[in-house]
Design a protein around this ligand. Structure first.
Ligand SMILES: *Cc1c(COP(=O)(O)O)cnc(C)c1O
Length: 474
């Protein structure tokens, strides 16, 4: 039911004082011909309507939400309070620098801390999401090679476990994509990598830990193989939640990184933004980074142009309030807290992995980082119940589904990322629910295949629902 359906003519949620100024008569050409159709409801009905809608929403604030590769972590409410402060929200991006010193300081200090965490020399907070950070970085990589008169590096190497945005960003930048396969332990296959690199390699894009939740066991070898061929190495930092404060991409040989501040550093996401895909570069790439830089000159903060910048990639200075939340998060946790968050994320993932092992097998049997991937291929063969069916059954039992059918190299994949804030009790409750589904799949598979029953609609056609949504009243 829409709020319009609850409308009763003349009913009001507010009482305004009598108007004590003369009514102004606008020229007719500025007036609408018929009054706007607006819902007329009392405050109590208004509140019930929207609270009712919010209860249908499934999010990290009401259920366990182990969506892997997305880091749907619980974000402290303190950071929301800070990001709502009118001192920040009322700023105008065209205000003179002298009047926004506080905001510039937030950006400058966030850059400094993120540079330390990633082991990079400079950070730009401009890109609006991870994919945007990839695109921006690839433009930088291209400009770097061209500036050295190295015009034939037109290939980007991407492992088969990569997130889809990696090859998509490379294609958007006009690069050719070369896929390298993973080995039996879920690492980049070194032999395949060696065969792929050459004097046409612009860069390798790598997520580490990768989208299987596994830390590559040959990372130093990988970055050195690419460097020896004259290519650069790009770090997709979407999985930084596993390693922040523990290892630094810059120390592993990466030249450029993107971070998803909305994943790792405390901005609620999942509804499509706003986000921040901050990027970091090693010294040799800094001159090509987006304009403007935020710099400090004798205790004053200001914007500065870079010598050989690729230009601007976003209006003004990125999504500032996402950066502000990240800054608040970084300061609240501090150096030790950041590391501890990662350690707990890894501990929680391994605990849940081991709890589920008697029922569901992991695709790669080794210690995981912050997430792990189950393969239900055999289970599906035996019971007819697919990874999709299990995901749908979880909804009825009050758990948001994990990531399904990703990464593509694992068949019948379910990828769990519990994150650092979940308690032991929540993880054990998840095990109990997964065991119930497992048992039901063995005894009554049709019941599992009929889930979910608790949602307004049960199983829409996933593709049609996304491509041609029918937005209509229920
Ligand atoms: C989420 C994600 C991205 C893309 O980031 P967005 O902020 O969604 O654009 C890229 N790579 C990996 C591994 C991711 O998980």
């Amino acid at each position: 039911m829409l709020i319009f359906d609850k409308s009763v003519e003349g009913r009001r949620a507010v009482t305004l004082p009598e108007c004590d100024v003369k009514e102004y008569s606008f020229d007719k050409k500025y007036l609408r011909e018929t009054p706007a159709v607006l819902p007329e409801v009392a405050e109590v009905d208004l509140v019930r309507h929207y609270i009712g809608l919010s209860r249908k929403c499934v999010g990290v604030d009401n259920v366990f939400y182990p969506l892997g590769s997305c880091t749907m972590k619980y974000n402290p409410k303190l950071n929301e309070v800070i990001a709502r402060n009118p001192a920040f929200t009322n700023l105008h991006p065209l205000q003179p620098e002298s009047t926004v010193q506080g905001a510039l300081e937030v950006m400058y200090e966030t850059q400094k801390i993120l540079a330390e965490i990633t082991g990079m020399d400079e950070i730009s907070l401009e890109p609006a999401a991870g994919a945007h950070g990839e695109y921006t970085s690839l433009q930088i990589i291209r400009k770097y090679h061209l500036s050295r008169g190295d015009g034939k590096r037109n290939k980007i190497i991407v492992p088969d476990s990569a997130h889809g945005t990696n090859p998509a960003s490379a294609a958007m930048c006009g690069f050719e994509i070369i896929n390298v396969k993973s080995d039996k332990r879920g690492n980049v296959d070194i032999k395949a990598l060696k065969e792929s690199v050459g004097d046409d390699t612009a860069a390798l894009m790598l997520t580490n830990p990768n989208t299987l939740g596994l830390l590559d066991e040959h990372i130093l070898k990988i970055t050195s193989v690419v460097h020896k061929a004259g290519g650069l190495v790009y770090y997709d930092g979407a999985n930084l939640n596993a390693v922040m404060g523990v290892i630094r991409p810059g120390d592993l040989g990466f030249d450029v990184v993107h971070l998803n501040l909305h994943k790792t550093f405390s901005t609620p996401h999942g509804g499509g933004g706003p986000g921040s895909g901050a990027i970091g570069c090693k010294k040799k790439l800094v001159q090509f980074m987006p304009d403007p830089a935020v710099v400090r000159v004798r205790n004053r903060y200001r914007f500065a142009e870079r010598e050989n910048s690729i230009g601007k990639v976003k209006a003004f200075y990125g999504n500032f309030l996402v950066v502000l939340r990240a800054y608040a998060y970084l300061l609240t946790l501090g150096k030790e807290g950041i590391r501890e968050a990662s350690e707990n994320a890894v501990l929680n993932a391994n605990y849940l992995r081991v709890l589920l092992e008697p029922y569901f097998k992991t695709a790669y049997s080794r210690t995981c980082m912050h997430e792990f991937v189950l393969s239900l291929e055999k289970f599906h063969d035996e019971t007819g119940v697919s990874a999709m069916d299990v995901a749908k059954a979880l909804i009825d039992k009050g758990i948001h589904p994990p990531t399904m059918y990703f990464p593509l190299i694992v068949h019948e994949a379910l990828m769990f990322e519990p994150t650092e804030t979940e308690s032991r009790e929540t993880l054990e409750a998840c095990r109990d629910v997964m065991r119930e589904i497992y048992e039901e799949a063995k005894s009554n598979p049709d019941a599992v295949k009929a889930c979910p029953a608790s949602t307004p609609i049960s199983r829409p056609d996933e593709v049609l629902a996304a491509r041609k949504p029918k937005v209509r009243k229920q």
